[in-house]
Design a protein around this ligand. Structure first.
Ligand SMILES: *Cc1c(COP(=O)(O)O)cnc(C)c1O
Length: 478
């Protein structure tokens, strides 16, 4: 240890001294014990570094070292106090990013959550009769009007919906599914596993690429409980293929008096093919094609809160409502509030498109996205200075959330080419920022796809990036 090190070691503040310091005492909302704990850790850390000759801090005077130590403690405490669920600026261009929380809620849904959380409500109270009511009735009417189904039920998520359907209608019996539809959705939802959990027996028919109605017909026995159609949400089988449609299954179902269940995954009410997306059947089309039960997610293309929605024939929905498992899968009041407000938007499809963030982001036009990218590039120009090159590039976004896997909506991204910094280091710093920033790295460039960056985040985003680059550059210069 050199002379300077010895000097710092002598003037290193004690824990008591740190605790007496008004700055820590006044500014913190932490218990004294916690501050003492962290103070000890920080001081011990510095002492160890000094003894090992590794501490090369600049502080010289008693005051300087004290404020250096306090800064460090405050940093440690702030990190500790930071919420775990943090805001992220999504610059990936993946609209329904499951890892980033899937659908953003619209204003109406947020207002409804605020109200449901701030005041008492009639969650399970019938205001007409003054008696106990059911939370399941709250959105049933809107769901049946939107889908044309007789009855509806909402549970925690679509995985729960599929489980409940199978358990209620097929426990101990056989369910016929095409080999081409044995899907795995991210986060370990696999049709064969859910089937096993439900106590139903999976009967696979057809081949990966072709399954005909006759394959289902041949598999039907006295033990068959239902015919299941699963939407291949996150992959496509292309080329030499033949899928049996829901309508064809419905014909078979009627002949053998078996219910037909369709797991749509990302169910939606508005056909997006008019906006350049591949055509996929809506919930109402699936109902009118003859499916007896349809399940879908609340927070995929529907653009609402996490929920599993089941619609269909009353006789089957009644069985599910009586199943004790339903109680374990029930949604909370905040979810129901947000879902009802989201559903309400759909009675006017154009209003839904404008008000529901998922639909808005998916249908934003190219010119708007180009202007947004130009604005971001302009803001960044003043901030990234000499440290990065900036270009606006044409890219393709993704729908995400296991929906429309082949869609490639055209978008624009600001591409940052770092001149001195390491790309790994910068993307790490961006994840640590508040809000965190997640972009896309491609061919050595950091791409910021503007489709998923909210308009009111552009300035904030350029500040975050500018600050990180400047800070890092400062370190390099030292
Ligand atoms: C996404 C999906 C599920 C699971 O839905 P969650 O709401 O995430 O539980 C089930 N089946 C299909 C076909 C899906 O696409």
């Amino acid at each position: 240890m050199d002379e300077n090190g010895k000097k710092i070691l002598r003037i290193l503040p004690s824990v008591d001294e740190i605790l007496r310091n008004t700055r820590v005492a006044l500014e913190s909302d932490y218990t004294r014990a916690l501050v003492a704990d962290k103070a000890r850790e920080v001081v011990d850390g510095i002492r160890k570094q000094l003894l090992a000759g590794k501490f090369t801090g600049i502080p010289q005077s008693r005051d300087e070292i004290l404020s250096f130590v306090i800064n460090k403690i405050e940093k440690v405490l702030r990190k500790l106090n930071r919420p775990s669920l943090r805001r992220v600026i999504n610059a990936t261009g993946v609209v329904l990013h499951t890892n980033l929380g899937r659908a953003l809620l619209g204003c109406r849904a947020l207002e409804a959550i605020n109200q449901a959380g701030s005041y008492y409500n009639n969650l399970e109270f019938n205001l007409d009769t003054g008696r106990r009511g059911s939370r399941y009735d709250l959105v049933e009417d809107k769901l049946t009007r939107l889908t044309g189904a007789e009855a509806a039920l909402v549970v925690n998520n679509n995985a729960a919906a599929v489980l409940l359907v199978l358990k209620s209608l097929a426990e101990g019996r056989e369910v016929v599914v095409s080999r081409g539809q044995l899907v795995e959705i991210g986060g370990s939802f696999r049709i064969p596993d859910v089937m096993q959990q439900s106590g139903a027996r999976l009967v696979e028919v057809g081949t990966t690429n072709k399954t005909y109605p006759r394959d289902y017909r041949a598999a039907i026995t006295a033990d068959t409980a239902l015919l299941l159609h699963v939407h291949t949400s996150n992959y496509r089988i292309v080329g030499f293929t033949r899928e049996t449609t829901v309508a064809e299954l419905a014909t078979l179902g009627r002949e053998f008096n078996l219910p037909v269940v369709s797991d749509l995954g990302s169910g939606f009410f508005i056909d997006l093919s008019q906006y350049g997306y591949p055509y996929e059947p809506t919930v109402q089309e699936t109902v009118s094609a003859g499916a007896d039960v349809v399940t879908f997610s609340g927070d995929k293309l529907l653009g609402g809160p996490q929920a599993g929605i089941i619609v269909g024939k009353k006789e089957y929905l009644d069985v599910m409502k009586r199943n004790p498992l339903t109680r374990a899968l029930r949604p909370d009041k905040l979810t129901l509030a947000a879902l009802e407000a989201t559903l309400h938007e759909y009675f006017d499809p154009e209003r839904a498109r404008r008000h529901i963030p998922t639909l808005r982001m998916l249908t934003d036009d190219k010119f708007y996205l180009y202007e947004k990218a130009r604005t971001l590039a302009e803001l960044l120009k003043d901030r990234v200075g000499p440290w990065a090159s900036l270009n606006v590039l044409e890219v393709t976004s993704q729908v995400g959330g296991g929906a429309m896997p082949l869609a490639q909506p055209p978008s624009f991204a600001v591409a940052l080419g770092l001149k001195h910094h390491s790309l790994d280091e910068i993307t790490r710093k961006l994840r640590e920022a508040d809000p965190a920033v997640v972009g896309r790295v491609q061919e050595g460039l950091l791409l910021l796809d503007v489709r998923t960056i909210q308009e009111d985040e552009l300035e904030l985003l350029s500040d975050i990036i500018g600050n990180i680059l400047a800070e890092e550059a400062g370190h390099c210069a030292l």
